[in-house]
Design a protein around this ligand. Sequence first.
Ligand code: ADP
Length: 218
Amino acid sequence: MKRDYAVIGLGRFGGSICKELSAEGRQVLAIDLDEDRINEFKNIASHAVIADSTDEATLKELGIKNIDHVIVAIGDNIQASILTTVVLTDLGLSKITVKAQNDYHEKILKRIGADQVVHPERDMGKRIAHNIISNNILDYLELSDDHSIVEVKAGRKMGGNSLAKLDIRANYGCNIVAIKREKDINVSPAAEEVLNEEDILIVIGADKDISRFEKHLV
Ligand code: ADP
């Protein structure tokens, strides 16, 4: 089912969301104050309009109430981001994703009714830090304060062994939820599955267990 999206603020983050949604064939209304930004997105988004999103009347005229999901990606201008979010919640929109610049901004956005607050710089920083700390962790996704999903290379120690033999759940307390092998991904690996050294394992668990597991990989 096709859905309608609006992206407000076409900086690096909003611009990238707009491009990706459009590439996936979604209808996107792109809004920015800046004429150059709008010109850049004219041929990418279904509609691209120069507008100030803090102005309720303008957003109403643009038919924002008929949009399923609005993404507020205004960066440095925190005041404009907050005001826009207030206008959107006042208009009764329920699916609003807002980019936060810092923890304080995030707190306010949640308080005023943004149903999803994203913090891309902080989250990407964490992912890269985990990647830097560990040579084995290829990617990292935080699930909660103490649980995550990581991608690790099976390596020499695991390669050639079956999942049953390795018994990672019993030995390390975490679970292999999927195995990436070249272009294939096996999302329900069987116990008798034998790992290759080059396999990428997608592991879920408590951070302390993942850390223990990851230290034993070579
Ligand atoms: P990023 O850090 O993701 O690159 P920027 O701060 O560079 O974000 O970009 C935010 C965009 O939001 C800019 O293109 C800016 O013109 C736009 N913007 C800022 N305030 C408003 C507003 N009130 N209405 C619409 N667009 C706005």
